[in-house]
Design a protein around this ligand. Structure first.
Ligand SMILES: NC(=O)c1ccc[n+]([C@@H]2O[C@H](COP(=O)([O-])OP(=O)(O)OC[C@H]3O[C@@H](n4cnc5c(N)ncnc54)[C@H](O)[C@@H]3O)[C@@H](O)[C@H]2O)c1
Length: 373
């Protein structure tokens, strides 16, 4: 299957490079509304550069890889299907749940597939944590917490505006990794109750090239609350870009027989920490496991980054006519929860989800080996 990439910005290098990791990814063309960006990436990665319109009309392209900014996601996904192509999109699927429903409707009507990031839950840490839970290592999960705390994106991203607009914020931008990981580990979510805060209505860019420019903040930068899962467990969350320093960990799950700390789901690897009610904490390393071995530098650290596995799994399963993991049902459910968190936070009322989904299939080593170069 031939892939056409739209959106040649920051994250596009990771996807171009994923062609060297997975054997079924072939990016045959790229496009961007800024033509020079597409030309530059095409030259760098030895592919052809097209206009967005020509890429969509190219009969040789089967799947569009949508790496545009969140406000353009729905338009590019719908256009891809209108041109007879499947689409895999970067997260979030769309700006809101209503847009997500429109995407699902067209996907059903056209019998074309839509997949969506994040795929990080398919990494060694997410899959190992899942097998530990299924092996009853901590008993049934009854409670938990997750924390996303930092001071925002204006210090590193060259165009950080979208992080502070509707469709951005800590839940849509980063919460999406945690919520997807939690659905993988703990199943779908029934309802949410939340509250919000915004410490500052303006952000000043300190990254280059727009150093000193101001961004007006149009979506809450802190959201806190509780998720109620269909398995009756409750998980408390604190997502904020208003915090300089803290000592919380990422995801903690508390079961009837023990506890587990799951590493940052923005990455594929990391250390799982687990304890049984009668034992001390034990560390489980994932850095020698498939999709856990550190392979890319991030912030002067070597981390596991296998973005592209979700797309590779989608390509493989379209060919075999079977279910892929980063499915429209999973991503739509997570999109609804994210919107539910924001909705609930407006007046702290309970938001009941209309969607649910199956937990994505476990990804075993044999399957990964088949997709690897
Ligand atoms: N940067 C990261 O580390 C990262 C990590 C994971 C996911 N993502 C997600 O990937 C997506 C892209 O992020 P990014 O950081 O690369 O952003 P970016 O702003 O660097 O790049 C987006 C590109 O899309 C292009 N674009 C915008 N609208 C378009 C349209 N209608 N048609 C064609 N091209 C269009 C822009 O010109 C730009 O080059 C976002 O949804 C983001 O949430 C980013």
């Amino acid at each position: 299957m031939n892939i056409g990439l739209i959106g040649c910005g920051n994250i596009s290098d990771t996807y171009f490079e994923s062609q060297n990791i997975f054997n079924n990814l072939k990016i045959v063309a790229c496009a961007d509304i800024v033509q020079e960006l597409a030309d530059k990436k095409a030259n760098q990665y030895n592919t052809k550069s097209l206009s967005v319109e020509n890429l969509l009309n190219d009969k040789d392209i089967d799947i569009v890889l949508n790496l545009t900014i969140p406000t353009a996601h729905k338009e590019i996904i719908l256009k891809s299907m209108e041109h007879g192509k499947h689409c895999f999109s970067e997260k979030p699927l769309a700006m809101n749940f209503k847009e997500g429903l429109e995407i699902k409707e067209l996907s059903n009507k056209k019998k074309l597939f839509v997949g969506c990031a994040p795929d990080t839950f398919l990494g060694a840490a997410g899959q190992k944590a899942r097998s530990l839970i299924e092996d009853n290592s901590i008993g049934n999960v009854v409670l938990g917490t997750f924390n996303i705390m930092s001071h925002g994106m204006e210090d590193w991203h060259p165009n950080p505006d979208f992080f502070f607009k509707p469709g951005g914020g800590p839940v849509f931008d980063l919460g999406v990794y945690y919520l997807t990981q939690l659905v993988n580990l703990n199943g779908p979510i029934r309802s949410v109750i939340a509250t919000n805060a915004t410490a500052s209505n303006e952000r000043i860019i300190t990254s280059k090239p727009r150093y000193g420019e101001k961004i007006s903040v149009e979506t809450p930068t802190t959201l806190m609350g509780t998720l109620d899962f269909y398995n009756n467990s409750k998980i408390q969350f604190f997502c904020s870009w208003d915090i300089w320093k803290h000592t919380h960990s990422t995801i903690e799950l508390y079961g009837l027989e023990g506890s587990m700390i799951v590493p940052d789901p923005n990455y594929f690897g990391g250390e799982i920490t687990i304890s049984n009610k009668d034992s001390k904490w034990e560390k489980i390393l994932t850095n020698e496991m498939l999709l856990g071995k550190p392979n890319k530098e991030d912030d002067n650290k070597l981390v596991a980054n296998y973005r592209g596995i979700g797309l590779s799994d989608m390509v493989n399963n379209i060919k075999n006519n079977s279910e892929f993991r980063c499915s429209i049902d999973l991503t739509l459910h997570v999109l609804e929860i994210m919107e539910g968190i924001l909705e609930s936070s407006k007046n702290s009322t309970l938001y009941k989800n209309k969607t649910s989904c199956k937990r994505p299939k476990f990804l075993d080593e044999q399957e990964i080996q088949k997709l690897k170069i």
